[in-house]
Design a binder for this molecule. Structure first.
Ligand SMILES: Cc1cc2nc3c(=O)[nH]c(=O)nc-3n(C[C@H](O)[C@H](O)[C@H](O)COP(=O)(O)OP(=O)(O)OC[C@H]3O[C@@H](n4cnc5c(N)ncnc54)[C@H](O)[C@@H]3O)c2cc1C
Length: 498
C-alpha cells in the first residue's frame, strides 16, 4: 500500500479512459519515466519530485476521497510551463491533475496514481482592470479575495463569494463554477466569465469566449469549460465581467423553534418577488457549534436561524421595505424573534458567523471521532420543507448526526453527516446517510451538487443524475478534447458509460 493509500484507506483509480470501459492508453503508474527533459523545458525549479512535497500537494479538502500517488508536481509559473507539461504528458501518456488552491470538497484535485500534479497556484497576478469595459483579466492562481480587494479602489465588484473566498483560486472557481453567499441575487461564477485562455490536453493554447460585452460568434465554448473540473483543459487566464461595487445591505435575522417554519419562510419570501442579496439558513446544531467556537452573539436554543440581507439596488428605502416584508412573512409563519439592523457591524458579525460554520463544525466533529461528510444538494425552493423532513428521517433511519446550513435562497443545502471516523460501523452508516441525502435531493427534483462539484466523491451519482444521452454527450466532448484521457482520469466522468 502506498503512503497515500494508507492516508485514506482507499485505492485511487489508476488511469482512466475517455471511452468509458475501454482499456486505458495511459502509462502504468509503476513504470518509470525520465522527467529530466520536462524539467529542462520548465521554469527553473518548477518540477518537484521530492515525495514528501508531492504527497503534501496530493489532496484537496474532501475527506474520504481516494488519493493516489503522483509522479511529480509541476508548479507552473507561465502559460509556457503549462503547455510544456501537457505536451510532455501527451508524449509519455501521463495523467495530469490540474490544481488551484486545493480547497475543493469533492476530491477533484486529488492525485491519481502516476499523475503529474499541475499546480497553477503560482500564476497569481491580476493582469489588468479595465474600468471602461468593466472587466478584469487575471491569472488562474489569483485568490478570489485578492481580486475583490484589487477592484475596490475602482468602485467595481466581482460578486461570486464562495465560503472559501479567502483561500480558493479563481481558476478553481471557474473549474468548479463556484457559488456562494451573494449568488442568490448576483449569480455564480459562470455569469461573470467573459473569456478564457485554455491549454488543451495536447498542449495547444486557445482563447474562448468574447472580448466584448456582447458577442455570438460560434459556440459558447468558454461556458463548456466552466464547471468542467479540470477534465477538458487547463485554464491559464480569465477575463471576468464586473459590476459596480455592491451597495451596503440591511441585515435581518429570524429565529425559529421549528426548522420547517424557516423553510416555509424561505419559500414564501422568494415567491413574493423578493431579491435578497443573501439568504442563508443555519440549523440549531450549527448555532450550537458556532456558540462553542466563538462569540457571535447567537441566541442558543433555536431550531433554525435565517440570515437575510437586502441592498435594494442602492435604495435604502427599498432595502428596508424588503426586510419588512421578510419580517411579516417570517412572523406569520412562526418566527420566534426577528431582528433587523442597518448597522454594518451587525451585518459583518452575522456573515462572519455564517462563514465560521465550517471550522466550528470541524471543532465539534473532532469531539465525535472527527468524521465529517459535507453534502451539497440543491433542491427547488418549493421543496425545502419536505427536504428538512427528509433530513430528520435520514438521521433517524441511519442513526447519524446531521446538521444543515445552506444558501437557502438558492435551495442549495449543505447537510453534514458527523461521525466517528475511527469506527467502521459509524463510517458505514455515515456513507449510507450521505447517499440517502443525494437520493432525497434527486427525488425532490434537485441535483446531487449545487456548487462543490462531482470529483471522485460523487462520480457514481453523476451517472444517476444524467440521462443516457447526456452521458454520451459528455463522453463525446471529452474524447474530442482529450482523446488520450490524460486530464483528471478517475474523476468526474469515471462512472459514465454513454
Ligand atoms: C471552508 C470552505 C468553504 C467552501 N465554500 C464554498 C462555497 O460556498 N461555494 C462553492 O462553490 N465552493 C465552496 N468550497 C469549495 C471550493 O473552495 C471551491 O470548489 C473552489 O472553487 C475550489 O477552488 P480551488 O482553487 O481550491 O480549486 P482546487 O480544489 O485546486 O480544484 C478544484 C477543481 O478545479 C480544477 N482546477 C483548479 N484550477 C484549475 C485550472 N486553472 N484549470 C482547470 N482546472 C482547474 C481541479 O482539477 C479540480 O477539479 C468551499 C471549500 C471550503 C474549504
Amino acid at each position: 500500500m502506498t503512503t497515500a493509500e494508507q492516508h485514506t484507506g482507499v485505492r485511487a483509480p489508476g488511469g482512466g479512459s475517455p471511452h468509458g470501459s475501454a482499456p486505458s492508453p495511459l502509462t502504468p503508474a509503476e513504470e518509470p519515466v525520465d522527467l529530466a527533459p520536462l524539467a529542462a523545458e520548465l521554469s527553473a525549479g518548477a518540477l518537484v519530485t521530492d515525495p514528501d512535497v508531492v504527497l503534501a500537494h496530493s489532496q484537496d479538502r474532501a475527506i474520504f476521497s481516494p488519493v493516489g500517488r503522483a509522479r511529480a508536481l509541476v508548479r507552473a509559473r507561465s502559460v509556457e510551463d503549462v503547455q510544456a507539461t501537457m505536451r510532455f504528458a501527451t508524449a509519455h501518456r501521463l495523467p495530469v491533475v490540474p490544481q488551484g488552491a486545493r480547497t475543493g470538497l469533492a476530491g477533484a484535485a486529488n492525485a491519481t496514481d502516476g499523475a503529474l500534479l499541475l499546480s497553477v497556484a503560482a500564476m497569481n497576478a491580476v493582469l489588468d482592470i479595465d474600468t471602461v469595459e468593466q472587466t478584469a483579466r487575471v491569472q488562474p492562481g489569483v485568490i478570489n479575495r485578492q481580486l475583490k480587494d484589487a477592484l475596490a479602489p475602482h468602485g467595481l465588484a466581482y460578486p461570486p463569494d464562495p465560503g472559501s473566498v479567502d483561500i480558493s483560486s479563481l481558476g478553481g472557481n471557474v473549474a468548479t463554477n463556484a457559488g456562494g453567499l451573494c449568488c442568490v441575487k448576483y449569480g455564480v461564477t459562470k455569469d461573470y466569465v467573459r473569456q478564457l485562455r485554455v491549454v488543451l490536453a495536447d498542449g495547444s493554447l486557445t482563447t474562448l469566449g468574447r472580448p466584448t460585452a456582447k458577442g455570438v460568434a460560434g459556440f459558447d465554448l468558454a461556458s463548456l469549460f466552466v464547471g468542467s473540473e479540470g477534465s477538458l483543459g487547463v485554464v491559464v487566464e480569465i477575463v471576468f465581467d464586473l459590476i459596480p461595487a455592491l451597495p451596503d445591505p440591511i441585515t435581518g435575522v429570524a429565529l425559529f423553534a421549528d426548522i420547517k417554519h424557516a423553510a416555509a419562510t424561505i419559500t414564501e419570501f422568494m415567491a413574493s418577488g423578493a431579491t435578497p442579496s443573501l439568504l442563508e439558513i443555519i440549523d440549531g446544531h450549527s448555532i450550537d457549534f458556532l456558540n462553542d467556537y466563538g462569540d457571535f452573539g447567537l441566541p442558543a436554543g433555536s431550531a433554525a436561524m435565517l440570515l437575510v440581507q437586502s441592498n435594494g439596488d442602492g435604495s435604502l428605502e427599498a432595502a428596508a421595505a424588503e426586510l419588512e416584508q421578510f419580517q411579516r412573512i417570517a412572523e406569520s409563519l412562526g418566527a420566534v424573534e426577528v431582528t433587523i439592523s442597518d448597522d454594518p457591524a451587525d451585518s459583518e458579525l452575522f456573515v462572519a458567523a455564517r462563514r465560521a460554520v465550517a471550522p466550528a463544525m470541524e471543532k465539534f466533529a473532532a469531539t465525535r471521532g472527527g468524521g465529517e461528510l459535507v453534502d451539497d444538494v440543491c433542491v427547488p425552493r418549493g421543496a425545502l420543507t419536505e427536504f428538512f423532513a427528509r433530513m430528520e428521517a435520514i438521521a433517524a433511519e441511519h442513526e447519524v448526526f446531521v446538521s444543515v446550513v445552506g444558501h437557502a435562497g438558492d435551495g442549495n443545502m449543505h447537510p453534514a453527516v458527523i461521525f466517528d471516523a475511527g469506527d467502521e460501523e459509524s463510517t458505514r452508516r455515515a456513507h449510507a446517510a450521505f447517499d440517502a441525502i443525494m437520493e432525497a435531493g434527486l427525488d425532490l427534483g434537485g441535483t446531487i451538487t449545487g456548487e462543490h462539484g462531482v470529483g471522485v466523491l460523487k462520480n457514481q451519482w453523476l451517472a444517476r443524475e444524467l440521462d443516457p444521452v447526456a452521458q454520451r454527450l459528455h463522453l463525446a466532448i471529452k474524447r474530442e478534447l482529450d482523446p488520450l484521457g490524460l486530464l483528471s482520469p478517475g474523476k468526474m466522468l469515471q462512472a459514465l458509460r454513454g
